[in-house]
Design a protein. Structure first.
Lengths: 89, 371
């Protein structure tokens, strides 16, 4: 199963333990995570479902290309990382 | 007199309380290191709403129902997605106005009998209503869809925003808004229809023929006298204005101590002729005149102004008070204001003298008495 982890900086604001998830796209995998960790969604995505401007999502070490529809594919053993973009230095 | 003041700052929420000796002191910090543009207190319900602006994680709303002892995160307002084929609004500078929440810029309770109602103003210029104390929010579509919204522009921020929500204590369906830059708007039917209330306002920064254009007006803040709700005051980008007829007509007050420029105004809760300002040098510089922090006060509706400085720094002081960072308590005796350079002063004698609470806070964005 894909595995999703979050930047430790997010943990001080909202509970976001790493977890195995289901889904073959970033959107489906994160959606599965948010189904049980609802508050986390708004910290990562904006109200229209796009990745927040200063957040980044990596799948197996590659930053995703579709930040709006989250359509990048996710393999069955993918490692998904949700981190902060280093905007602002 | 009030006993507690809340200060929302760039790095946390501070509670300031008056000791029996009369001395005010910081007694508690919440959300330390977080950026809080707005705090709202509703003493009748023991409720505090703290709004946080995360650099990475977006805008959040936290609610306390026990005067700040415990907090729960509730929903933040959310903008509706564009409809199929709908084009986003482009401002006068050719920039696309985002249709996602950028900042919470106003938070007020509804009327006395409107249990759980909150009004929230945001950047971009959205007005949201909650009827369950922030659990859920609904955007006010008549204002968001108003064709004139396309003419609003940024003032104080890149995008237009609603910073003032004045709910008429006599009739909560009568609401007056201040928008930078989009003018003063009012509804008398609870938000079903809106109209501008800008007659008499003047925007010197516009070409002369557009100086009176309603949507070009930049009211930095609009405040309403709770005891005489037809009386409102504006600290406008261009100066100080006052109305005695709920905004049907505004009168400009051309002189007010060292300067008519500033961001904040507080009006006495019962006497509509008495108001306070924290002036600054005109907008090209935005520093206190001659490096002296003063508060100006009128008791006659703006004909004359006292310049109050006792307890305030009178040399090399560069404190600026933003639009939400001056407040008055419900008795009209105590005032508090905070500044961009982290000073916070409180007066218990209507501004005659000021007590320094701190000169080392983070930049102060919003000061509110618990009332």
């Amino acid at each position: 199963m894909p595995h999703v982890s979050f930047t430790s900086n997010l943990r001080q604001h909202v509970a976001c333990p790493e977890a195995d998830v289901q889904g073959s796209t970033v959107g489906a995998a994160l959606g599965d995570y948010f189904a049980t960790h609802g508050l986390v969604r708004d910290y990562v995505l904006d109200e229209h479902g796009a990745v927040r401007k200063h957040m980044a999502v990596f799948v197996d070490g590659e930053m995703i290309s579709d930040r709006e529809r989250l359509s990048d594919p996710v393999g069955p053993r993918a490692k998904i990382w949700v981190i902060q973009a280093l905007s602002g230095g | 007199m009030a006993e507690r003041v809340l200060a929302a700052t760039r790095k946390g929420l501070f509670t300031i309380e008056r000791a029996k000796s009369g001395k005010w002191a910081i007694t508690k910090t919440d959300f330390l290191a977080q950026n809080l543009p707005i705090v709202h207190a509703n003493a009748a319900k023991d409720m505090i709403i703290a709004c946080i602006s995360h650099g990475h994680f977006g805008q959040k709303v936290h609610r306390s129902r026990d005067r700040g002892k415990t907090w729960t995160e509730v929903k933040a307002p959310a903008f509706p997605p564009l409809a199929e084929g709908e084009k986003p609004v482009v401002d006068m500078f050719g920039r696309t106005v985002p249709s996602t929440l950028q900042l919470i810029w106003a938070m007020e309770s509804g009327g006395k009998n409107e249990d759980g109602r909150l009004w929230c103003g945001t950047i971009p210029g959205g007005l949201f209503r909650s009827d369950d104390a922030g659990e859920t929010w609904e955007i006010n579509r008549p204002l968001w869809d108003h064709p004139t919204r396309k003419k609003w522009s940024g003032g104080g921020a890149d995008w237009p925003g609603i910073h003032s929500v004045c709910v008429d204590p006599r009739d909560p369906k009568h609401i007056t808004l201040g928008i930078s830059s989009g003018g003063v708007w009012a509804t008398t039917d609870g938000g079903k229809t809106w109209e501008t209330r800008c007659k008499g306002l003047r925007a010197e920064y516009m070409p002369p023929e557009q100086a009176e254009e309603p949507t070009a007006q930049d009211p930095h803040i609009v405040v309403q006298c709770p005891g005489k709700p037809d009386h409102l005051w504006i600290q406008h980008h261009n100066g100080i204005f006052r109305t005695t007829n709920a905004g049907q007509k505004w009168a400009e007050l051309p002189s007010a101590g060292p300067s008519v420029f500033g961001f904040a105004v507080a009006v006495h809760p019962k006497d509509p002729l008495t108001a306070w300002f924290v002036p600054a040098k005109k907008d090209e510089t935005r520093i206190p005149v001659d490096g002296k922090v003063v508060v100006t006060r009128t008791r006659d509706g703006g004909k004359t102004f006292d310049v109050l400085s006792k307890g305030l720094p009178q040399e090399h002081a560069y404190d600026i008070t933003y639009r939400h960072a001056l407040d008055i308590d419900s008795t009209g005796k105590s005032l508090a204001f905070g500044t961009t350079t982290g000073s916070l002063w409180i007066s218990d004698d209507q501004g005659e003298s000021w007590q320094t609470v701190s000169e080392h806070l983070p930049p102060v964005y919003c000061v509110r008495f618990e009332k």
